[in-house]
Design a protein around this ligand. Sequence first.
Ligand code: SMG
Ligand code: MG
Length: 367
Amino acid sequence: MKLDAVELRAVALPLVSPFRTSLGTQSVRTALVVRVLSDEGEGWGECVAEDEPAYSPEYLAGATDVIKRFMIPALAGIDLDPAAVGPTLRHLRGHPMAKAAVEMAVLDCWLRARRTSLAAHLGGVRRRVRVGVSVGIAESVDALLATVDRHLSAGYARIKLKIEPGWDLEPVRAVRETFGADVMLTVDANTAYELADLRHLARLDAFGLALLEQPFAPDDLHAHATLAARMDTPICLDESITSARDAAEAIRRGACSIVNVKPGRVGGYLEARRIHDVAQANGVPVWCGGMLETGLGRAANLALASLPGFTLPGDISATERYYRRDITRAFVLDGGEMEVPDTPGLGVLPEPTDLEAATTTVSRLTV
Ligand code: SMG
Ligand code: MG
């Protein structure tokens, strides 16, 4: 397959309600949609970098620039097999979300031409996957309880609460006491704590959480390992894991016993599968994280979550939890599960009118 042109499109999708984490508040999801055109057809990808470099060092304008300036030229002459994208871009340090977006579009294009679904290509074994929902920091405990109630009534298989210092034990206790011991509950700190908070965090053990996600800085495996040795609640890493090698090292050091796999954070769906394989070989469960994706990323995440080691519900929620109007068809929740797309490539395409409505800028680069 040979690359002919690439279209880079910035889209802006207003969220149905603002999403607050320890990193800040988002009310509009801006994303970069990548469309590759090749001699074998076209394919679509999405870059999950955010406007500001807060969750990770990448940001949308930077990702757009590095794709244009360095990635597309590097891919220009080569035989575009999806497995070649990562190695071809390896000399460009960092920028995993930008790399993932390009690889995703190439995968979609290549798989469509071969009439194969992404789930089948990755080795998926499930037609439907159990999913959860990530609940932001609320204005009050009452407001949080109302939101959790709504999500449980909708049928979500797991509730994840965002926490930060000052919003942790009390909301978690309230949710546990109100909804009972049977609800699968997790918390995500997005790096908001320090090792000095260890005794405070250990008090979360009282609430029967399925996991505590990323309490400390991304590069602090030592702090995570220290906490893991002192808590019953399993520690899960998100921001710390940017490759299969990182995952192996974090597991070896006892810094986590569960891994959140996000394709954007690790450079693409193929590296995400390698993390799955490393974790599985070590008996470590994984689950698919979310970055408030558009329908393109949601479709691909469902494919990834259909692999056998994805045994915990992912942050892959129904479209209506995020957007009133997405750029693809809507994804719906059914009995706490979502269907894995099984048609070629990602299994979804942008709806032209919705895509146009969300677009803020487009540029086309001929190779
Ligand atoms: O897509 O449902 C979603 C969002 C899930 O909480 C979510 N993602 O750290 O796991 C995480 C966050 C990152 C995005 S907000 C900064
Ligand atoms: Mg997280």
